[in-house]
Write a protein that binds this ligand. Sequence first.
Ligand SMILES: C[S@@+](CC[C@H](N)C(=O)[O-])C[C@H]1O[C@@H](n2cnc3c(N)ncnc32)[C@H](O)[C@@H]1O
Length: 254
Amino acid sequence: MSEPVIIGDATLYHGDALDILPGLRGVASCVVSDVPYLLTSGGCSRALKGCLSVDEGYSNDGRIIPCDLAFDDFMPLVFAACGEDADAYFMADARNIGNLMAAALRVGFEHHNVLVWDKCSVTPNRWYMKGCEFVAYVFKGRARAINDPSAAQILRCPNPVGVKVHPTQKPVALMAEYIRQSTQPGDVVLDPFMGSGTTGVAAIQAGRKFIGIELGAGFFRDAVARISGARRQGGLGIDAPPKKQAGLFEGDAA
Ligand SMILES: C[S@@+](CC[C@H](N)C(=O)[O-])C[C@H]1O[C@@H](n2cnc3c(N)ncnc32)[C@H](O)[C@@H]1O
């Protein structure tokens, strides 16, 4: 296993999650991860790398852009990396969410809910414009209530357009909400596919520990920079809710 980069309470691994996860058994109190999955090329004309670590072409021909990592490849390892009682949030689009949930249930996670991220904007598409993504919200061990049971299934949270360093970068506020609901201060949040480190930024800002893995060298560097920035800025206060639901969360610009 490669030596991790340690930034305060964040431990960041550059490498393949399939190699690194077996060394992380039982460490995670919670998983919040925007996992790699196949994409449909259709509707948008700008270049997009999607969730893949390699630069794939993107055209408007409706073909499926494959992903060389199957949900069943990593799901057993993520389950083993969770402690006795852990919530997990796995994000995907409409095409992939069913298979993703099924893969999670196959390894022993249990179903809590399917959550919706309303992006507050739409992507042009010939098969209905796309304005949301989905989250397979599952658990291992005891089914614990979230910290604020009045929270709604649909979370409106603007996509960080214009300030992205990763093509599928998530808003910090989105990851922060799931972390805040399913963990306590000092708990360990795991993201085995951290991309530019958004989950890590949210975890550190919330006073949680973080373990992240990323295969792409450039994305890993971005994650190190953003999480270092979040640590320098300090936490926003334990369990503080996102400051701005209607605008970009501060961490997105880090
Ligand atoms: C959907 S993106 C995550 C983006 C992230 N949520 C963000 O806000 O930046 C998934 C990431 O998984 C990485 N990835 C793909 N296969 C991987 C593997 N086998 N091990 C670790 N990372 C991998 C990709 O390089 C990509 O950055």
